[in-house]
Design a protein around this ligand. Sequence first.
Ligand SMILES: C[S@@+](CC[C@H](N)C(=O)[O-])C[C@H]1O[C@@H](n2cnc3c(N)ncnc32)[C@H](O)[C@@H]1O
Length: 210
Amino acid sequence: MDHKKLVQAGYNAIVAEYLASRPETSEDVLLLQELVTRLPAGAKVLDAGCGAGVPVARIMSQLFDVTGVDFAQAQIEMARQLVPDAKFICHDIVDLDLPDGFFDAVCSYYAIIHIPRQEHPQLLQNFYRLLKPGGLALLCLGANDIEHDIDDNYHGSPMYWSHFDADTNLRLIGEAGFEIILSKTVTDSTYPTSKHLFVLAGKKSCGSGS
Ligand SMILES: C[S@@+](CC[C@H](N)C(=O)[O-])C[C@H]1O[C@@H](n2cnc3c(N)ncnc32)[C@H](O)[C@@H]1O
């Protein structure tokens, strides 16, 4: 089974259902302020796995130059309607081939957990490459060890998850080159038994000894 195609088909099918279930003032969304307050106005920000752009790309686009990327075309079409001030690209975030140092910041909410975990090191290295020196990443990753998980009825469609535990994720972020600024385990406000690891990490500035 191609797990990525399953995820892509699922998110193409559940645009309205997912959006209706997405909280906009929950702890995860408030954590965005950790990124917002560290960026200059007009900063170039990537929202990786942006979905329909609400709430994350919409909040960020009020202050920054936002590019949202998602591989589900139906999500991208909705995002273009809901967040007209941002740009949106339909692509897999693992091999997004924009130039080195293109962004001041990357944020990614609830997308990495849907990518087969053997691809997570490559994804983190690509985020690092896409950032300018001194750039920041705010990432939502798994908090526990789940190699493969499939739900046949996630908002009415089959869905797939895959991730490492929190300690492994923190190690992989470090191995990609990042310095961890903060990390926090957040309980999902919709599914209280589900927890995610949020990490704010930075790419070293030029001349910082690296
Ligand atoms: C749970 S939704 C999250 C959407 C949004 N970030 C939010 O916070 O509500 C996950 C999104 O990640 C996208 N996604 C999953 N794997 C992806 C990949 N490899 N490349 C691009 N997008 C991906 C899905 O299509 C979906 O829109």
